[in-house]
Design a protein around this ligand. Structure first.
Ligand code: PHE
Length: 454
């Protein structure tokens, strides 16, 4: 580890925006709506919010503590804080999880670029919902086209990573995040004003708890971890670049609120739009790729140009949100290889990029020609999504909470949340209680419940 030479984000705002850039991504705009749609809408969202506040925020602060205190990427952080103990494996597991997530996340990120292109060349013009469904399945199952976009996306990520923490990560987040927020709000307003949109708003806001099963809990918990970038040390790696004035509690609160707000706004874009054109909310991962072009076509049927501009804005926004997240995912294994094996940042990044291209290619082909290859009844793409989001992230989050709650010296924990006594942290006792008991037991109960143990 090169502690003394370690770079920092240039400002507190830079730190918040970089962490928010990691959190806000396809998880909010692509995954949240289809998970909510598959699990009944508003009831799922209530449970999701519970997971964000009960598990998400305390675990985010824990990851910040682990990162800033150790001044190391996640792969080395546990080792630095609890040397010569098996805890280092939690760090290594985080690195592996990040790598696997990126392997299918980058595929979807690539799809957004195809849809940007279609919006530019007028590829959505005059099509109806049936055609959009066909268009998406033909594209996603095509042997080369999605691969091409995957490569473009991964190489763009690589380029930013090689530029480094301040120039690359911080600068891109500072421009992209505010822009994204403005676009999401504008599109949500457009969508809610569509004819017949009320049913979508109702689906999103009126809970029906009679449909809630163990699956809904696991789905909501996995989504909370995925969306907040928790459980694999991504935010702890970013926190290792935080300055000593960064306020951990306030930063976690800001990131959590921004992330949740963008997810709800994405729901307000997708569901009113879907109901307005009669598309089912449980259409799955293809939801935003089928619903939205259709909506933009129908909503502006008299003005095709306007429809294309809206579609273009939306997919550009999605690509930007995905990019700030793929950067954060890539940073975890890159920083690990750099620190653990002393590779230059460039070499570490090249190795990671190569690996991602291989996993990405496999998961992209899994949606087409290699669809018969299954693990636990799922194709490789779905398996990676299920295994990382619903198993590895909650498990990693549980470990982080036990680590900070029980293992690290409490004076260190207090010093971190109060910036060495310069801040008040009235939430400290509740925070500690959640880390020690509520989060680990809660996560365990959700796992056992899913396995049908009670
Ligand atoms: N939070 C990101 C999103 O919502 C995905 C992500 C998961 C990023 C885990 C980093 C770590 O899109």
């Amino acid at each position: 580890m090169q502690q003394n030479e370690r770079v920092n984000f240039g400002s507190k705002l830079g730190a918040i925006l970089a962490a928010a850039g990691s959190a806000v991504g396809l998880g909010n705009v692509w995954r949240f709506p289809y998970e909510a749609g598959n699990h009944g809408g508003a009831a799922f969202i209530c449970i999701y919010l519970g997971c964000v506040f009960l598990f998400g925020l305390p675990i985010m602060i824990s990851e910040f503590i682990i990162g800033r205190r150790s001044k190391a990427s996640t792969g080395e952080a546990y080792q630095a804080l609890a040397p010569h103990t098996p805890w280092r494996w939690v760090g290594y597991l985080g690195v592996l999880t990040g790598f696997l997530i990126l392997g299918y996340y980058a595929v979807v990120a690539g799809w957004t670029l195809e849809y940007v292109l279609q919006a530019v060349i007028g590829g959505f013009d005059g099509k109806d919902s049936e055609t959009f469904i066909r268009m998406f399945s033909e594209f996603s199952q095509h042997p080369f086209r999605p691969l091409l976009w995957l490569f473009v996306f991964v190489l763009t990520t690589h380029f930013v990573i090689v530029k480094g923490v301040k120039e690359g990560i911080e600068r891109s987040s500072k421009v992209l995040m505010p822009l994204l927020f403005v676009l999401v709000v504008a599109l949500a307003v457009c969508s809610v004003l569509l004819p017949g949109a009320e049913k979508g708003v109702e689906f999103l806001l009126k809970p029906d708890f009679s449909q809630v099963t163990a699956d809904v809990f696991l789905g909501a918990m996995g989504q909370a971890f995925f969306s907040m970038s928790l459980g694999m040390g991504c935010l702890s790696t970013y926190a290792s670049y935080f300055g000593k004035d960064t306020r951990l509690g306030a930063t976690a609160m800001s990131v959590g609120l921004i992330d949740t707000l963008v997810a709800i706004l994405a729901g307000l874009i997708i569901f009113p739009a879907a109901f307005s054109v009669g598309i089912q909310p449980d259409a799955g991962p293809s939801l935003i790729f089928i619903t939205l072009p259709n909506v933009f076509q129908q909503a502006f049927s008299g003005f095709p140009l306007l429809g294309n501009v809206c579609a273009l804005l939306f997919y550009v926004l999605l690509a930007m949100a995905a990019l700030t997240s793929t950067i954060s995912l890539h940073e975890v294994p890159t920083a690990f290889l750099h620190e653990k094996f002393g590779f230059t940042r460039g070499k570490a990044a090249r190795l990671v990029t190569l690996g991602i291209l291989v996993v990405g290619t496999v998961s992209s082909l899994a949606l087409g020609d290699w669809g018969e290859v299954t693990l636990f009844g799922m194709n490789i793409f779905d398996f990676l999504d299920f295994f990382t989001a619903k198993i590895m992230l909650p498990l990693g989050g549980m470990m982080a909470s036990v680590f900070v709650g029980w293992i690290i010296d409490k004076q260190v924990v207090r010093a971190e949340v109060t910036n060495d006594g310069r801040l008040k942290a009235p939430y400290y006792p509740v925070f500690l209680f959640i880390l020690r008991y509520l989060a680990p037991v809660g996560i365990l109960v959700i796992f056992l419940n899913e396995l049908g143990c009670f």
